[in-house]
Write a protein that binds this ligand. Structure first.
Ligand code: CDP
Length: 227
């Protein structure tokens, strides 16, 4: 009997702070695949817009920016906890792209059709090569509907806010659990109600609710699907 091949294109979608990156990174490492967190692209466009003084409500200006910006994702150059380096037009914005200002505006930027077209095309090119774990909101539904394995990772808003709050605390960011919860709920609302590629569960996705699961347990479940 020939052994079953592991899935080559793996899509992980789900709401903010559901543990997609943690799962995706571990899975990619285990399989020897490329890990690609598509959220960093929308974060980079948002950071650049704020940096350039562009009003994020100005769809035309933000779309023009998305078509011009050069985003690069490289292996981590520093042992400061980053998963990778994120560069916007040559500038390292790895941590800046995770700031509260970017958190508060990224869903507005990611809802624009032109922004999604520009980012989606690049994501598709990378994903179609295979041997990739791609993480986002619309990977299994829009970007790579042909993915061999689709995971939709969910958790309650309170649990996700708690996790994100702990992450921020560990990075020394001053905030309150309540503020983080409000931000998570607002981002969920915009991400799942937008016209273009809203956050939704692909019909053929495996749904995992991680509320009662540790990161190890989630990884184990998905690892077994890849054997
Ligand atoms: O890490 P977290 O789950 O909080 O967010 P992220 O994955 O970095 O994504 C940030 C934002 O980018 C999301 O809230 C979405 O608005 C947008 N996004 C998207 O629209 N489509 C994707 N494939 C990835 C992110």
């Amino acid at each position: 009997m020939t052994p079953r091949k592991p899935p080559s294109i793996i899509a992980i979608d789900g709401p903010a702070a559901s543990g997609k990156s943690t799962l995706g990174r571990r899975l990619a490492e285990w399989l020897g695949y490329l890990f690609f967190d598509t959220g960093v692209m929308y974060r980079a466009v948002t950071w650049q817009a704020l940096e350039d003084g562009i009003d994020v409500r100005d769809e035309a200006a933000v779309t023009a920016l998305a078509n011009e910006i050069h985003i690069d994702v490289r292996p981590a150059s520093d042992l400061d906890g980053r998963l990778c380096d994120v560069l916007a037009n040559g500038i390292d914005i790895t941590w800046e792209s995770r700031s509260e200002a970017v958190d508060a505006n990224v869903s507005i930027v990611a809802a624009y059709r032109g922004v999604r077209l520009a980012m989606g095309e690049q994501q598709r090119q990378i994903g179609r090569r295979g041997r990739v774990v791609m993480v986002g909101r619309d990977i299994g539904t829009i970007i790579l509907p042909e993915a061999d394995l689709k995971i939709y990772l969910d958790a309650s808003a309170t649990e996700r806010a708690r996790r994100r709050y702990e992450e921020l605390q560990a990075r020394g960011v001053q905030t309150s659990l309540n503020d983080v919860l409000s931000m998570v709920l607002e981002r969920d609302r915009i991400d799942s109600t937008r016209d273009v590629a809203p956050l939704s569960v692909a019909a053929d996705a495996v749904l995992i609710d991680s509320d009662q699961l540790t990161a190890d347990e989630v990884f184990e479940q998905v690892r077994r699907m890849c054997e």
